[in-house]
Design a protein around this ligand. Sequence first.
Ligand SMILES: Cc1cc2nc3c(=O)[nH]c(=O)nc-3n(C[C@H](O)[C@H](O)[C@H](O)COP(=O)(O)OP(=O)(O)OC[C@H]3O[C@@H](n4cnc5c(N)ncnc54)[C@H](O)[C@@H]3O)c2cc1C
Length: 254
Amino acid sequence: MMSRASAKPAKFLRKVCQVEAVRGDDAQWWDRLPVYTLTFADPGGERMPCRIACGDVVKVVVPNYKPKSYSMSRQGDGEFDITYKYYPGGKCSGYLESLSIGDEIQCFAKGGKRRNDGGTHIGMVAFGVGITEVLPVATAQLTHSDVKRVKLIWATKTWGDCFWLDELERLKADERFEVVHVLSREDRDGCRRGRVTPELLKEELDEAWGVGTTVDRANVRLISIGTKAMMRDFNDMAYADLDYKYAANRLLED
Ligand SMILES: Cc1cc2nc3c(=O)[nH]c(=O)nc-3n(C[C@H](O)[C@H](O)[C@H](O)COP(=O)(O)OP(=O)(O)OC[C@H]3O[C@@H](n4cnc5c(N)ncnc54)[C@H](O)[C@@H]3O)c2cc1C
């Protein structure tokens, strides 16, 4: 895999807004941060060595700062996408926000996780913009014929924070795939209200699938993507409260 020393220039081709910003009453605060997808040409015409099925990232070298990670959200023919949430004042998302079409960024690929094979029931939790990594991984899981169920639990503040809804609908055409939206700040038909808790995971995964009865626990694979704190909380819930085994049940291994 490439390193910072081998960062290469990738030309910025286009930008799509996924989530519109909502400004708060306080001029400094935004009630909803915007999300954009940026498309870049493959550096030097060479396909970036990113395996989006395994959550590899694009390291964006921020000028006069350091490289920051962005999941590759799509790999196309001669191009790739990253999808970022813009944080006002954010060092890297601010840099991405400042780019104009035709500009070049310096970037390199990083990753190395492997699929922990053998899972038939895949439980995935995306916290907010963590969906950028989770959805490509979910899509890849559905290419495995031994996978019987893929359940994606997407936790956001509101429905307005959700994007890629068309893509989710398209994936739902595969009856093995299911999405559960968990909204912390909004009541909405068809969505759960609240946060991801051990009780919610037990209901949506163990009870829904019959883990321990019709489904062997050894056949469950789990993944969560979000901030470090959110992923730590998820690990406590999954590997302590629900008693899954980290080594055996995680979907991607280092
Ligand atoms: C493996 C990995 C993969 C990742 N993939 C992605 C990805 O695909 N997409 C993505 O977007 N990120 C991703 N990230 C996170 C990304 O790397 C950066 O951490 C993120 O973009 C923030 O960096 P920043 O430099 O822009 O913000 P920072 O410089 O860290 O600052 C954030 C600023 O935003 C401010 N802020 C926060 N909320 C609000 C608000 N509501 N209103 C006003 N100001 C606010 C904060 O106070 C702070 O000043 C990933 C991280 C890792 C480790």
